[in-house]
Write a protein that binds this ligand. Sequence first.
Ligand SMILES: [Zn+2]
Length: 401
Amino acid sequence: MLCVTIQVHRHILSSQCYIRYEDDFNTVDSLRVSCMPSKLSLSLLRGIEIIREVHITAPTNFFIPSSLSTDQIVTVDSGPTLLCPVSQTSSNHWTADLCFRLQVSNLEKLFRSNIEIPVDVKNFFRERFQKHKRWDLLCGSCGYTLSEKSVSFESLKEYSESELSEGWFCHRTISNPVPQLSSQVLYMDDVSFYLDHHVFKSQDHPQEPFVNSNLMNSMKCPDCGILLSVEKTHLSLRRFFFDKLMVTNSSVNEDPAKYVHEIAILSFWSLVEKSLASSIICKLFLYNKEKDLCLLLWIPTKKIGQFQLTGSAEDFPLETCLEMAEVYKVLYFVGDSSSDNVLSWRHDFTVDYYCVSNTLIKTVVEILRASSKHSPQAATSDGFLHGCLLPCNGANKCIIF
Ligand SMILES: [Zn+2]
C-alpha cells in the first residue's frame, strides 16, 4: 500500500507531505523522494534497484526543490532528495513513513472549482416537503413504519433554538416557547424534528393509536428496539433527531441506511457553517446524552489544499497530476463528559454547544478517522487528533436525492 498526502497552507505556500508505504513481503527496503521544479518523484528501492517509480506532476516551477526538508532522524537528506528506510513493524509487516516540508510558488491553478452552495438541513427539508404532500414516518434504523397513518403538514416552522441548550452554560438564553402549537406544522431545529405523539402507533399495542396515558419518557422502535426519542417538550411534542426518524413516502424509494448517513452529514455541516459564519474560530461541542458521548471539534475558518492518492504499490499510477481539494484540517477529541478536555470546553464561552444524535457523532468520527488513516501523526499532548473534513458543498456533494 502506498499513500501520498500533500497538504498546502495557502497563505504561507508551505506544504506538509506524508508518504506511507506498507507491505507484507519486504520487497522494498527504502523510499526515495526527489524534488524537481515541476515534479515530485517517488522511488521504491531494493538496494539500488528501482522496484517502482511514480511521478506527481505540477505546473512549471511549482515546487521549490531547495526548500525540501525533514525533521526525521532516520531519513537521509541530501539536497532535493530524501531517503527513508523501510522497517519491520511486526513479523510479516514492513512500513515506512516519510514526512517532509516543501515550499511551493503559487497555488491558484491547482484547486478544483467547487460551487459553494450554503448547506442548510432545514432548507433541504423545506424543498423536500414542497414536492410531496403525504408522509410516512419510518424507523431510521430498520425502516419499520411508526406512523399510525400517512401524515401531511401545511408548513414547516423553526422550533426555538434555545431548546438545544441543556443548561450546561450559565449564558443560556431564555427559551421562547412555540406560541401556538399546530398539528399541521412540522417543527424543527438544526438537528431534530418535533412531532406530536398522536401521529405514532402505540408502542404497547401497535394497532392502537398513541394516547397520552401511555406516553412514556423514551420511545423505542417496536421492531428493532432502537431508541428513537427520549425527550418530550412541555408542549407534548416529542423530539426526534433527523437521523432517527425517516420521513418519507411511497413515491420516494430510499434506503434507510443511506438516508440516515446523508442526513447526519447534512445536519453536521449545517452546524459547522452556522458556527463558522458567526465566529472567528469554530469550536464545536457535540454531545449525545443517551450514550454520554462528546465530540469536540476545532475547525479553522481557512481551508487548506490537499492532494491524496492511495493504492497498492503495484497499481499506483506512474504519473498523476497534482490537483488540490479544499479541506478543513481540524483537531478533534472524542470522550465522555468526565474527560478533562470536555470539562474544560464546558466552561469555554467561545464553544458552540449542540445536543446531537449518537449517529451524527459516529458518522463524523468515522470520516475523521478515515481521513487520517494513512497520515503518520501523533495525538497532541492533550489527546486531540488531527483529521480532515471535505466540505459538504465541495467536490463530493453529499446529498443526492
Ligand atoms: Zn427500527
